[in-house]
Design a protein around this ligand. Structure first.
Ligand SMILES: [Ca+2]
Ligand SMILES: [Ca+2]
Length: 286
């Protein structure tokens, strides 16, 4: 009996140790697939899923960043467009205001200027072949630096022959701005504090001397007694006479009463020919 009990206890012990031993061994467990995993296998799977999770997170962050960048770009673009539109609007408003002011000024001019003011004023036709101009004022040529003989300007009277008939004179201005030094020079005539506030245009006739060569571009200036200077660039001078009519508003001088001087300027930086001859006649205010 005792032997039988001992045998039974031994059998139970062996059975118990055989059945449970694997589950008691440290670090082993059942995987999802239902088989048992070793430590290294488990670690590998855990690492792989951790990597996958991290990758997914990184991908999410990347997408979020991309989306944020896209929004910033769109916002920047939108603001730039807004800015452009705003600037265009302001420019339109400014132009409209300027036009309105000019219109008001013109209206004041219409209202206050007597009709007699619209008769042209002849500044110079040079037909006498000598000084002064038709306002009784002096004229001549000028140099930036009279001591620099590499840059000069001189004027001379030329008989104006039209269809075989002598029609007085015009003047030729021989200019030379071909110099190693900065060079500009030209022609001036005084205007005897002329009040041009009721006038609309300054005009004169011009042509280039084909034989001597000439610049197609030069500057004109109007100066007043307040020491303001308005400027205008004359372009497309040719070897044929043409009348240049400049709206006084385009000369951009604030005060048109008290005009002191009309000036022609040849500039080394702009002259299409640095040495040549330009003919001028019939300077008018109309
Ligand atoms: Ca003339
Ligand atoms: Ca020269």
């Amino acid at each position: 009996m005792t032997k039988g009990i001992l045998c039974l206890v031994l059998a139970i012990f062996l059975l118990t140790s055989c059945s449970w031993a694997p589950f008691q061994s440290k670090g082993e467990f059942w995987g999802n697939e239902g088989y048992m995993l070793r430590d290294d296998e488990r670690d590998r799977i855990e690492n792989a899923s951790e990597i996958a999770r991290l990758r997914e997170e990184l991908e999410k962050e990347r997408r979020a960043q991309e989306e944020a960048d896209r929004k910033i770009r769109e916002e920047t673009e939108r603001r730039a467009q807004e800015e452009i539109a705003l600037r265009a609007q302001k420019e339109t408003e400014r132009k409209a205001q300027e036009a309105s002011k000019l219109q008001q000024k013109e209206q004041v001019k219409e209202d206050t200027c007597p009709d007699v003011a619209y008769y042209p004023i002849l500044i110079a036709d040079f037909n006498s072949g000598k000084k002064p101009n038709n306002l009784g004022e002096d004229f001549g040529c000028w140099d930036k630096d009279p001591n620099d003989y590499t840059q000069t300007a001189t004027e001379s009277f030329i008989a104006d022959i039209q269809n075989g008939n002598k029609k007085g004179f015009f003047i030729e201005i021989h200019y030379d701005v071909n110099s190693p030094n900065p060079a500009f020079n030209g022609f001036w005539t005084r205007l005897n504090n002329l009040d041009a506030s009721c006038y609309k245009t300054l005009s004169f006739r011009v042509k280039g001397n084909e034989r001597m060569g000439f610049t197609k571009v030069f500057k004109i200036e109007l100066k007043n007694s307040k020491r303001e200077t308005g400027i205008f660039y004359v372009n497309n001078v040719s070897n044929e006479w043409q009348e240049i009519i400049i709206p006084l508003k385009d000369i951009r001088i604030k005060e048109l009463s008290g005009l002191r001087e009309f000036v022609i300027v040849f500039e080394d930086s702009l002259a299409t020919e640095k040495e040549g001859t330009i003919c001028i006649d019939d300077i008018y205010l109309r």
